[in-house]
Design a binder for this molecule. Sequence first.
Ligand code: GN1
Ligand code: MG
Length: 359
Amino acid sequence: METNTLHTLLDVVSHFVERNQVAEITPLGNGLINDTFKVMVHGDEKPRYVLQRINNAVFTDVEMLQRNIELVTGHLRSKGILTLHFLTADTGKTYIKEDDKYWRVMDYIPDSYTYEAVTPEYARCAGRKFGEFEAQLTDLKEPIGEIIPDFHNIEFRLRQLDEAIAANPVGRMNDLEVQLYVEKIKAVADEMCIGERLYREGKLPKRICHCDTKVNNMLFDKDGNVMCIIDLDTIMPSFVFSDFGDFLRSAANTGAEDDPDLDNVHFNMSIFEAFAQGYLEGAKSFLLPVEIEHLPYAAMLFPYMQTVRFFADYINGDTYYKIRYPEHNMVRTRAQWKLFEEAKAKSGEMAEIVNRFAF
Ligand code: GN1
Ligand code: MG
């Protein structure tokens, strides 16, 4: 928090709320991109607002970012669905720019909880909610901008990896283990690009998706019901595989995303089964057979894509993801690869489960 002193944070917040209302501002959550804080107001026991510094190296078009979010939240709200609400600043916009930094403030949703791991029961509920979320956005008339172009395009991510390998800016390609991972990743690259091929052939549509359905991007109430889907920055047109795959990448992993002990990392089929059941219920009104058939592929694709992304960042010298120690991105790479291999081994079983619930 070095650059975000309390004084700066107070200055920023005062563009959105009365400065002398604010009692305390402290860090919140563990996202890898934006910096997030909770804001306490005098006389309240629970936080009132969430303050966020938008990472504009990642989200370069903040105007489009907030426009997308306002369109989506407005649409959901008009259907009576609980969603994030952003405060309008004294500039008339839902964000401010100060010293080349971008900030926004949203209402804190009280009595809500986030988890890094869930039970099958919670996963079923999350699946239904993400399926419904996509269904609720199918009739959004205004176009949503592609806030990070090619965000979940695995062909693009593989090209970025190739560029990192060729540039080798910090010499990490000299390591034997790194070279081995390059080989392993390339050996399955072709089969992992089937989604993009189907899209080019006109067989697979894009939908408005959340594109960051990590388990910690949902708020649950104390009984395990999903209250609200959060972290709406990456909402954009994508294959439904994004939302299905990224939830399982985080929730079906019995270990941590960056688990240094690979014996902890397994793909939990009970979570897959429960999530698939919930998701198919929530999304059945619009899903095409080609989307349903490829859900097991989605469960493999996301650990694979995350391996490629963490690995490219490692080779690039850690310029994208926040890291806590020098080898962090390599540790993440190993853990995501292990998860990918397990998911791949279980894809037949996944297909049987999907068929059971879908047809
Ligand atoms: C980032 O911001 P956060 O931590 O929710 C990333 C996701 C990755 C994830 C890996 C904009 O999400 O795509 O899957 O880290 N978001 C962006 O944990 O790159
Ligand atoms: Mg997040």
